[in-house]
Design a protein around this ligand. Structure first.
Ligand code: ASP
Length: 613
């Protein structure tokens, strides 16, 4: 084989007159039957123009060149010369071409179902996933793989420099009620018993701290059998971290340093000191615990003013469920978003849509007011707000041309509805850079002081807001251990030592200080409704380990796929994974998941309920 001396992206005018060899795929060809054949030869590194000139070549080679088709695999040897037809500025190799003297057809391709050509409209994604090896030949996909590779390298370097050990943890694990539904694997040796694939290496990394490893990192695969969502895969990758002898601020500082390094190396951007915000403030101002801080559109509580207005549904909401004023209160509130310039941009159709949209979150509707050029309120509810117009104008700092959106409901409903609506309005107002506009702006935020527990909406039971191994904030630990599990107000008020890193409204990393005191851990299990027997059965290894000298420890995990999506400016998670699955978990290339034989099932002591055909 004529093995390459250079890649297809390497040759420049400094190589002129050198004899070189190239290997690659035929990206395009021109000039069949003219005695002069031009081929663009492609490999992972680029494209080089190759010329077959009939005047200098034997008939055999020219014939072979004449029969080449896209995606044939070839080797050529030839001399580098200045490109005869003038420079092609679109190619890094555009100054030169290679004039072939020797040629070898390494492999003839079958007729490809599509061409890996980024300049053409892509075929539908199913076809691309089925023939993933052709799709991955596209330069855009090669770039995605390379960007992902670079994220791994920067990550490993940073954490290595900071004393972290990379340690692998098992994939065949034990079923634990951590939150998500698990993938199960039957055991052949132990009839009737099952492994689960890990949702994350959470407990292993904690145990590594008990084991004295001090600082752990792993770029690991996690598995959650969750319902399909556009930006999720059931099998995804985390940058998983844990540190010993630290408190919250130490982990947060270490991770802030990592974010700064990663962005600098990936994009050249110097991340400024990342602002910190507590959960409560995030919910008050933005209605969500991962606010997108690229735009304002803040939410204001105008309950006091609304109470003096003549808007009937404001008053109804305010009168409802006037229970104790606490964060998860069912007490009614009236909240508003001021949209500068909304009067012109937000059409009636759009605001009618908002009304429907907030209903989807259980709110009664969304009232709209426009401020006209004279500073007067317009639209339906305007006249019912007349008595409080000036108060509203000064509280919300209203200007002519603004639109104001109001929702009145229980605190949680109102906050959620406006938090979601805020994001829609931002898009409609053109305040959100489109995915694909690489390079941000990047707005980071660290969110702290989450409640430790919340009530599951369906079951009414307490659930851990982060996960059951998250510690209460240092100043709350004793109060928590002492608290009566039925003392709802106290439990609800316990703040955890969890933290999230948020980028442009996405949670890119989440973690916490862990419980290292078995008393606190048992209390959490009790609160979550696990009997001591159940806790023992599921987590005895953890509870046991905590008794044998567990150091204070804390950690965090980043969603790696999402990081890469940000660096590439794509909103499709499948673009950043070499072999992704469809929304229902199918691998269209290999056909997984697929049937197995009865014998295989017998081996693992399992039975299949086969769908009726
Ligand atoms: N194990 C957690 C998760 O997967 C992250 C952490 O707390 O470190 O979300």
């Amino acid at each position: 084989m004529l093995r390459r001396t250079h890649t297809c992206g390497e040759l420049r005018d400094t190589h002129i007159d050198q004899t070189v060899r190239l290997n690659g795929w035929v990206n395009s060809y021109r000039g069949h039957g003219t005695g002069l054949v031009f081929i663009d030869l492609r490999d992972r590194f680029g494209v080089t123009q190759v010329v077959f000139d009939g005047e200098d070549l034997g008939k055999e080679i020219l014939d072979a060149a004449d029969h080449l088709r896209n995606e044939d695999v070839v080797a050529v040897e030839g001399k580098v010369r200045i490109r005869s037809g003038g420079e092609n500025p679109k190619l890094a190799t555009g100054k030169i071409e290679v004039v072939v003297s020797k040629f070898e057809l390494l492999n003839k391709t079958a007729n490809p179902p599509f061409l890996p050509d980024d300049t053409q409209k892509l075929p539908n994604e199913e076809l691309r996933l089925k023939y993933r090896y052709i799709d991955l030949r596209r330069p855009a996909m090669q770039k995605a793989l390379a960007v992902r590779h670079k994220v791994y390298q920067v990550t490993r370097r940073y954490f290595d420099e900071n004393g972290f050990l990379e340690i692998e943890t098992p994939i065949l694990y034990k079923s634990t009620p951590e939150g998500a539904r698990e993938f199960l694997v039957p055991s052949r040796h132990s009839a009737g018993n099952w492994y689960a694939l890990p949702q994350s290496p959470q407990l292993f990394k904690q145990i590594l701290m008990v084991a004295g490893c001090d600082r752990y990192m792993q770029i690991c695969r996690c598995f959650r059998d969750e319902d399909p969502r556009a930006d999720r895969q059931a099998e995804f990758t985390q940058i998983d971290l844990e540190m010993s002898f630290v408190r919250r601020e130490h982990v947060v500082d270490m991770i802030e340093g990592f974010v700064r390094r990663l962005w600098k190396e990936m994009t050249g951007y110097d991340v400024p000191p990342i602002p910190r915000m507590n959960y409560r403030e995030a919910m008050e101002r933005f209605g969500i615990d991962r606010p997108d801080t690229r735009y304002a559109l803040e939410i204001a509580d105008i309950s006091d003013i609304a109470a003096r207005s003549d808007v009937a549904f404001f008053k109804e909401a305010l009168a409802s469920g006037a229970d104790r004023p606490r964060f998860n209160s069912k007490r009614g509130v009236v909240k508003a978003i001021r949209v500068p310039g909304g009067a012109e941009k937000l059409t009636r159709k759009m605001t009618d849509g908002y009304n429907e949209f907030v209903r989807g979150f259980g709110a009664g509707g969304c009232a709209v007011v426009k401020v006209n050029a004279a500073g007067e309120f317009e639209t339906g509810v305007a006249k019912f707000l007349a008595s409080v117009k000036d108060e509203l104008k000064s509280a919300l700092k209203l200007q002519p041309g603004d639109t104001v959106l109001f929702v009145a409901d229980a605190y949680a409903v109102c906050t959620k509805a406006l938090g979601e609506l805020r994001q829609v309005v931002a898009r409609d107002m053109g305040l959100v850079p489109k995915p694909g506009s690489e390079g941000g702006p990047w707005n980071f935020l660290i969110v702290l002081d989450f409640p430790m527990f919340e009530r599951n909406k369906e079951t009414g039971k307490w659930v851990a807001m982060h996960h059951p191994f998250t510690a209460p904030n240092d100043d709350q630990a004793e109060a928590f251990v002492a608290a009566d599990v039925d003392d709802e107000v106290t439990i609800e008020g316990i703040v955890s030592a969890g933290y999230d890193f948020v980028l442009n409204g996405q949670e890119i990393a989440g973690g916490s200080v862990r419980i290292h005191d078995p008393r606190v851990q048992s209390k959490v299990f009790t609160l979550l409704g696990l009997t001591p027997e159940q806790a023992k059965e599921k987590f005895s290894f953890l509870l046991e380990a905590l008794q044998f000298g567990a150091p204070p420890h804390a950690g965090i995990a980043f969603g790696l796929d999402r990081l890469v999506m940000n660096f590439l400016g794509t909103s499709n998670i499948r673009d950043v994974i070499a072999f992704p699955k469809t929304q229902i978990g199918a691998d269209l290339m290999t056909g997984a998941p697929g049937p197995v034989t009865d014998e295989q099932l017998r081996d693992v002591h399992a039975m299949a309920i086969r769908p009726k055909v």
